[in-house]
Design a protein around this ligand. Structure first.
Ligand code: PLP
Length: 392
């Protein structure tokens, strides 16, 4: 298998939200990848179609998913869980909402380490919850958690959203960092929603450590969300997994989560089972391509936009770029959409700490990634060289 390198026209014709939502742009915002999915996923879906098995989810299908998830966790992360600890849910944002609604008391604030994934900001207000932002600290070569600020945001008990790998900054947390977080969470009587959706997309040099494995306390106070949807590019199939590492939570979800679980789509369950069991070779090839892309992006930015701040992501295909030096105003993504025809995410949607930044999806053919940076640089250079307005 080789990674297909479609042109922008081909990608638009194939469809997908990223390439069709904002016509005539190069799509690099929402986390869809441009490379299709694994052959194992195709075969599983073809078999399902052949059997016309579009019924409600039969128990055997769900059992296979739970077993495949446990096998995947053991093989990929050395994390031993029992299939019974796994619940199917339609997607990670539904799991997030379920965590707030079912596992935290009314009024519990939601704490986000920012910049954070945009929908993390949208759900708490729908549940009547306050959001507290704790900005990450940018060091010379990485990002640190602001421990004291986290402790004060969680004081009295809160729900911490721990996204690892951390979208949008691409940070993969080290064991000591996870342990330090778990001590703060425990000391404040808080809980953790561990969003590990990007865990299969960690590059050489880093390793994904599931939060629930760092201490008994972490296992007790967290619920983990996993999904094959990013790594295997199947978000439309609607299947994610919640992993319960605390018996009380598992029992509560069994009692109250029936209709959350019921919304999971059976094609997604079948596709995820196949991806976890048979998608390893395809994923390894994808990861190698994405690894080269992250190096290419860093090199392109250094050459064409040398004032941009950027650290290559250790995990996920999301890249975070600081454009504050170019002074592009409130919404650099809008400037780049209008003047360069590229669709990126405005960093401000990732919290106050994201002002002046953009988020770029690098899961795209290298030629497209190159064109994105070229267009960014041309638009920014053109703007800086624009003659003064004679009417002023
Ligand atoms: C960190 C993170 N969490 C959750 C999601 C959403 O996942 P889902 O489609 O399963 O709700 C995404 C999608 O890009 C993501 O990057």
């Amino acid at each position: 298998m080789t990674i297909p390198e479609y042109t922008p026209d081909q990608l638009r014709a194939r469809g997908g939200l990223k390439w069709t939502a904002i016509p005539e742009t190069l799509g690099a915002f929402i986390a869809e990848a441009d490379f299709g999915t694994a052959p194992a996923v195709h075969s599983a879906l073809a078999e399902l179609t052949e059997k016309e098995l579009f019924t409600y989810t039969p128990p055997a299908m769900l059992r296979d998913l739970r077993e495949a998830t446990a096998e995947h966790c053991a093989r990929s992360f050395g994390w031993d869980i029992a299939p019974a600890q796994v619940a199917a849910v339609p997607d990670v944002i539904t799991a997030y909402r379920a965590m707030i609604d079912l596992f935290t008391a009314p009024g519990t604030p939601v704490v986000l380490m920012t910049p954070a994934y945009m929908p993390f900001f949208k759900v708490p207000p729908l549940c009547g919850r306050e959001i507290r932002e704790v900005p990450m600290i940018r060091t010379a070569d990485g990002w640190d958690v602001d421990g004291p600020a986290l402790e004060s945001a969680l004081a009295g008990g809160g729900l911490l959203v721990l996204c690892n790998p951390h979208n949008p900054i691409g940070k993969v947390y080290e064991r000591t960092e996870l342990e330090a977080i778990s001590r703060i969470v425990e000391a404040t009587g808080s809980r953790v929603f561990a969003d590990e959706i990007h865990a299969p997309l960690v590059f050489p040099g880093a390793r994904h450590i599931p939060y629930a494995t760092v201490s008994e306390a972490a296992a007790e106070h967290s619920i983990t969300a996993l999904s094959a949807s990013k790594a295997f590019n199947i978000p439309g199939l609607k299947c994610a997994q919640m992993v319960f590492t605390n018996r009380v939570d598992a029992a509560r979800f069994a009692e109250l989560g029936e209709f959350v679980a019921h919304s999971t789509a059976s094609p997604g369950i079948v596709a995820t089972t196949a991806a976890y069991r048979e998608g390893g070779d395809w994923l390894a090839e994808l990861l190698a391509y994405l690894d080269d892309n992250r190096a290419a992006l860093a090199a392109l930015l250094a050459e064409r936009l040398p004032e941009a701040g950027h650290l290559p992501s250790a995990g996920s295909y999301i890249a975070w770029v600081d454009l504050r030096a170019y002074d592009l105003g409130e919404d650099p993504a809008r400037f780049l959409r209008e003047s360069a025809g590229i669709a990126l995410t405005n960093g401000r949607e990732c919290g106050e700490a994201g002002a002046g930044h953009v988020r770029i999806n690098t899961a795209t053919p290298r030629a497209v990634l190159t064109e994105i940076v070229e267009r960014m640089a041309e638009a920014i250079d053109g703007r800086q060289e624009a003659p003064a307005d004679p009417t002023r």
